[in-house]
Design a protein around this ligand. Structure first.
Ligand code: NI
Length: 276
């Protein structure tokens, strides 16, 4: 029986997003989401996913050994460090979160049966790396508040209650939606980025957050005049809104996850090769 287990570790570090070839220039044009603050710190959360067969002790790997390996090879070295100078890999390619995830994979792969590296620079931005050369994904989490009512106009109120329950009540109700948008692409060896996160965030804000926030979806968003705004249909529409503009940024929309409540969410895998 194959299983995937994961181990979380934390570290804090500072970095800047300046191109290595400009490192010693007096003026250092910087880029990225915090370009006004070229040097800043993050409290990183690293999640290492390991895959394998269950051994005779009922484990994929001994968690105690996994913990010691991650600490020795990664977190003890990175904690309280200046990332741009701590490892030689970052002399070539800056320590963006996606590149950091890739380098952590490279450094752990001979020690552990890796399945995936997930690295959070905050609760709202994280990267994933699966060992596929320069391919990585980044996810941005955003929020909006909106009201909706689930009902089919052609049906009676009783019939709508039978399908949608309380969600069919006549006056509608609201949710605080959490939206996760994941883009996948190749890490640029010069910038360390798969995509300009500022541009990606602006796109999500412009296409989704600004038009959706504080609306009654059924009335204010024309798409939902004919389509019932279930969490699934909203996620599908967000995929449609973002797919081409994200492609224009040079990456692919990988996944949209929309959480309607802490208990209800929908994920859409948007790449044709991985769609379900
Ligand atoms: Ni609802």
């Amino acid at each position: 029986m194959k299983c995937i287990i994961n181990r979380q570790e934390k570290f804090s570090a500072i970095r800047h997003y300046c191109l290595p070839e400009l490192e010693n220039k007096e003026v250092q044009p910087c880029f990225g989401i915090n370009s006004d603050f070229p040097v800043w710190g993050n409290n990183y959360l690293l999640i290492v996913f390991l895959g394998g067969e269950l051994g005779s002790y009922g484990m994929v790997q001994n968690f105690s050994k996994v913990k010691k390996t991650i600490q020795k090879e990664i977190t003890n070295q990175l904690h309280n460090s200046y990332l741009n100078q701590i490892w030689p890999e970052f002399q070539q390619t800056p320590p963006t979160t996606e590149n950091l995830a890739r380098v952590i994979w490279q450094r752990l792969k001979s020690h552990l049966p890796l399945f995936k590296i997930q690295l959070f620079e905050s609760s709202e931005i994280w990267a994933e790396y699966l060992g596929l050369n320069m391919e990585a994904s980044v996810t941005i989490k955003s929020y909006f508040c909106a009201a909706h009512r689930l009902f089919i106009p052609e049906l009676t109120q009783e019939e709508n209650y039978a399908i949608y329950g309380k969600c069919a009540r006549p006056s509608g109700h609201g949710h605080n939606y959490h939206l996760e948008v994941s883009a996948i692409g190749k890490i640029d060896p010069r910038t360390g980025q798969i995509v300009d996160l500022t541009a990606l965030q602006q796109l999500i804000d412009t296409k989704v957050i600004e038009p959706f926030d504080h609306t009654f979806l059924n009335i204010d968003i024309p798409y939902f005049a004919k389509v019932i705004p279930t969490v699934e249909n909203i996620a599908v529409y967000i995929c449609q809104l973002l797919q081409q503009p994200i492609s224009d940024l040079g990456v692919e929309l990988e996944k949209v996850k929309l959480m309607e409540t802490p208990k209800n969410s929908c994920e859409i895998y948007c790449r044709s090769s991985r769609s379900i």
